[in-house]
Design a protein around this ligand. Structure first.
Ligand code: ADP
Length: 515
């Protein structure tokens, strides 16, 4: 007897991952394909939309073939995509730009200006997207000023997922979730925000029609249908963004359940029934469905800080073939007492987003003495990343969230010590879900909901397997409670000094360039 399968496609910044699940959430087949990120000139981070389309078609056709060969029938295909991408499209539907990703820094100056304008905070409060170079809103202001030719010739401004749906179905539609991360979308009205459009200098006709994340669409272009190996009548679910789907995919969907990931960067996210923004502009709010809103904050300096330590401080480390340098470093940190003998690390190696949203921040070791050596530095780096994550949790609490449990994902979960540090600093139990691609699983779950297979998300928690749990240790908690306020005060009080340092660096670089 043939079983039904649902496919989740996650269009990420480095690759597209495509996974088929059975209707109980078990993985049937998975694959992925990478594509390049173009980063010239400095500060740019773009991708070729057609390379991404090709990766999507390629991975999807592979998975369709595998599951149908296994005797399964595909019930639907549901989509996740990275937030904040922006592509200019001309009247004939051709791209005038590459896909400009969240990581692209071109609109730094426009961001500073909009933040100092009172409209900045009021737009954020209605649209839920922090005013930042990642946001399409600030990129549109950049195009107005710096590329008027493209700006004038653009018929539609869309994201990478809209591009793919346009190619497959010849319609410009955008789900509420991707729309809610543009900085242009009024969360309460579920429609484009007039003032944001005015600031961006575009009309609503230049944007796609917003639709629910559970919207299904049929009637795929027959050439693509043939290439993928699916009937044109198979429902495609428009889906949502990767961040909010990751919450669903790890089962952090009920009140009080918080998803926290630390990969290269990091994020803390929880689900609320209504959109909520922060009076100080610290947190984001993005749609999962009309009744599920994901509130949280991203940090730039997650695992990247540990990677910096491995590559720049322990670059002399001698390794045997089978050894993982991270494991060797965490082993050394395990022998250092919690609190690293008073050594604190502010991990701002690459500027910081939540909670201060300051691109000028720099990293700091604070409290060094003659007694400290590299082992204390390792421990303080691991702890510093978690203090920073905790400061985002604190900002979330101020918007009315009361965290009861944390579900942790990302590369840091490979380290038992780092997971325990998280539990001790957060003072809550940490659960680590199994599985690698929570966004794909989230997309599949949303797809099941759209197709009526899952009537709501109440059973999702039970579909997610937990691989390990960590209770906070009372003694360690007491130690971290002493250091946390010092970390937070330091971070706050240094914000203006970071700016001064940046200005000095810029001045010196300009002088050097002029010589
Ligand atoms: P990405 O977000 O780029 O997908 P990952 O989720 O793979 O990244 O996380 C990568 C980070 O995970 C590394 O930078 C490192 O800080 C951390 N990491 C990887 N392996 C280990 C390990 N064995 N122990 C501790 N941390 C690790």
């Amino acid at each position: 007897m043939s079983e039904n399968a649902i496919i989740g496609v996650d269009i990420g910044t480095t690759s597209t991952k495509t996974t088929a699940f059975d209707l109980s959430g078990n993985i049937l087949a998975e694959t992925s394909r990478e594509y390049p990120l173009y980063s010239e000139p400095a500060g740019r981070a773009e991708q070729d939309p057609d390379e991404i389309l090709e990766a999507m078609i390629d991975t999807l056709s592979q998975i369709v073939k595998t599951v149908t060969d296994m005797g399964n029938e595909v019930s639907g295909v549901s989509f996740s995509a990275a937030m904040h991408s922006l592509i200019a499209i001309d009247k004939s539907g051709n791209p005038l730009t590459r896909s400009i990703t969240w990581a692209d820094q071109r609109s730094t100056e426009e961001t500073t200006q909009l933040k100092s304008d009172e409209r900045g905070l009021s737009i954020y409060r209605r649209t839920g997207t922090p005013i930042h170079p990642m946001s399409p809103l600030t990129k549109l202001i950049w195009f107005q000023k710096h590329d008027p030719e493209v700006f004038k010739a653009t018929h539609k401004w869309i994201s990478i997922k809209e591009y793919i749906f346009y190619k497959l179905f010849h319609e410009f539609i955008v789900d509420y979730s991707i729309a809610s991360a543009t900085g242009l979308f009024h969360l309460e009205k579920l429609d484009w925000d007039d003032e944001a459009l005015q600031v961006a200098g575009i009309s609503r006709e230049q944007l796609s029609s917003p639709v629910s994340t559970t919207q299904t669409i049929k009637g795929m272009n027959s050439d693509y249908a043939r290439e993928i190996g699916l009937s044109e009548e198979i429902p495609f679910i428009v889906g949502a963004s990767d961040g909010v789907l990751a919450n669903l995919g790890v089962g952090a969907i009920e009140t009080g359940s918080v998803a926290c990931s630390v990969g290269t960067s990091g994020a803390v996210r929880t689900v609320l029934p209504k959109p909520v923004t922060d009076s100080q502009g610290r947190t984001f709010c993005y749609a999962l469905t009309e009744d599920h809103w994901v509130v949280g904050g991203p940090i730039n300096n997650g695992g990247i800080a540990f990677r910096w330590l491995r590559d720049n401080v322990f670059d002399d480390m001698k390794l045997k073939d089978s050894e993982d340098p991270y494991d060797l470093l965490t082993e050394r940190a395990r022998n250092v007492v919690p609190g690293a003998q008073g050594l604190l690390f502010l991990p701002y190696l690459t500027g910081e987003r939540a909670p201060y949203w300051n691109a000028d921040t720099k990293a700091v070791f604070f409290g060094l003495t003659l007694n400290h050596n590299r082992n204390e530095m390792i421990r303080s780096v691991l702890e510093g990343v978690m203090y920073q994550m905790d400061s985002v949790v604190e900002a979330l609490k101020e918007t009315g969230v009361e965290p009861l449990e944390f579900r942790a994902t990302g590369g840091f979960t490979k380290s038992r010590l780092w997971r325990q540090i998280m539990a001790d600093i957060f003072e809550r139990e940490i659960l680590v879900p199994e599985g690698s691609s929570s966004a794909c699983f989230g997309a599949a779950l949303l797809g099941m909901n759209a197709l009526g297979i899952l009537s709501d998300f109440s059973s999702v928690k039970d579909m997610v397997q937990i691989s390990s749990r960590h209770e906070p240790n009372e003694e360690n908690m007491r130690v971290y409670r002493e250091f946390k306020p010092i970390f937070n005060r330091l971070a706050k009080s240094l914000q203006s000094e970071f700016k001064t340092l940046s200005d000095v660096n810029k001045k010196l670089n300009n002088t050097k360039a002029a010589l």
